[in-house]
Design a protein around this ligand. Structure first.
Ligand code: FES
Length: 130
């Protein structure tokens, strides 16, 4: 399998984010639905002053349905798996057995947020870049 680096992609400005309101984007390509969200509580891998800004693939690791965001958690509408964005997308309820892939973020001094990679395998792909 070929190894390709993930792209570095600007996804938002920190000033655009409201706590608890996810922002949709695609990464690393158009097919890869993702959410950026400011949780309002510290998160593993979180960026920003409060370490509470995180991003994840929206494709449920059970069968690929796009998860929604409710009450600070990702919830799959198909079979109701739930994932905790504060602990690297751990599935704590439902049929999924894998964590939701977490997108590595960087916040620069100008307040721009960049995606720089993913930890985990996006559902439906046989390989991810490294
Ligand atoms: Fe998400 Fe089944 S596809 S729980």
């Amino acid at each position: 399998l070929s190894e390709q680096p993930y792209p570095v992609m600007k996804i938002a400005r920190v000033s655009e984010l409201e706590t608890g309101k996810p922002l949709s984007f695609s990464y690393p390509d158009e097919a890869a639905l993702s959410y950026l969200v400011k949780l309002g509580r510290p998160a593993l891998g979180g960026v920003g002053r409060d370490k509470d800004i995180v991003a994840f693939s929206r494709l449920c690791t059970h069968m690929g349905c796009p998860v929604g965001f409710r009450d600070g958690r990702f919830v799959c509408p198909c079979h109701f798996s739930q994932f905790d964005p504060a602990v690297n997308g751990q599935c704590y309820q439902g049929l999924a057995t894998e964590y939701l892939p977490q997108i590595r973020l960087r916040l620069d001094e100008a307040g721009d947020i960049f995606a720089e990679g993913i930890d985990g395998l996006i559902w439906g792909r046989v390989e991810n870049p490294r």
